[in-house]
Design a binder for this molecule. Structure first.
Ligand code: PGA
Length: 250
């Protein structure tokens, strides 16, 4: 069975001190959660201190993006080995804010993904359609394009190490969540596509997270869906009480 993964994406929130206070609270309420993984993605400036606080815990630390090169003239970027040296073991890649605000395209996201895998980081590969695309009934075509281009050259072995996050753009930070039926429908589509691209056993082992306004009051019903294996949480991840409730979903 797939082990649930609850991930908090802090985006561009928390300075070093705020991150320290937030992770201390989350650390307390995650004690004893042995049947699920919890992951935090603080801003780069807090990555090391958050990982330090967590060094005795099972909570995973991720960067919010990652470059494909180990070092060099890439101003503003962070390399996979820097993330690892700071205590991170994973990286969010292809978040819709990267795609939309910073114009990262599928080709660049693919390079980042391959780079993360090459240096041993677990990628959280994000995909999602806009409202316009959903209304034009292009959801599946858009997602298929993002998946096929984003995963180009990813070997079956590496696919097993990759996490997919479905985040409909219209549900991110808007308070609008996809209904559990809408989310399940898309997750099943993604799994079938992965089975076609790889093989069923691999598709069955890949964790597919849902993201977009996940909150304490909708997490249980989302997690009860057959193909939803976890959540990528933004806003509610900054509030310790809400995030603690989310990671303790039943
Ligand atoms: P949200 O963000 O939970 O605030 O909608 C989710 C995300 O962007 O990962």
């Amino acid at each position: 069975m797939r082990r649930p993964l609850l991930a908090g994406n802090w985006k561009m929130h928390t300075n070093v001190l705020e991150a320290y206070l937030l992770v201390a609270e989350i650390g307390k309420c995650s004690v004893g959660l042995n049947d699920r993984d919890v992951l935090l993605a603080p801003p780069y400036t807090a990555l090391h201190s958050v990982a330090n606080v967590l060094h005795d815990s099972d909570i995973l630390v991720a960067s919010q993006n990652v470059c494909w090169e180990e070092k060099g003239a890439f101003t503003g970027e962070i390399s996979p080995t820097m993330v690892k040296a700071a205590g991170g073991t994973a990286a969010i890649i292809g978040h819709s804010e990267r795609r939309q605000i910073f114009h990262e395209d599928d080709e660049m996201i693919n390079k980042r993904l391959l780079g993360a895998l090459k240096f041993g980081l677990m990628p959280l590969f994000c995909i999602g359609e806009t409202l316009e695309e959903r209304e034009a009934e292009k959801t599946f075509a858009v997602l298929e394009g993002q998946i096929r281009r984003g995963l180009a050259g990813v070997s079956p072995e590496d696919m097993k190490k990759t996490v997919v996050a479905y985040e409909p753009v219209w549900a991110i930070g808007t308070g609008k969540t996809a209904s559990k039926e809408q989310a399940q429908e898309v997750h099943a589509f993604i799994r079938n596509l992965l089975a076609e691209m790889y093989e069923k056993a691999i598709a069955d082992s890949v964790r597919i997270l849902y993201g977009g306004s996940v909150k304490p009051d909708n997490v249980d019903e989302l997690m009860a869906q057959a193909d939803i294996d976890g959540a990528l949480v933004g806003g509610a991840a900054l509030d310790p009480e809400s995030f603690c409730r989310i990671i303790n979903f039943t």
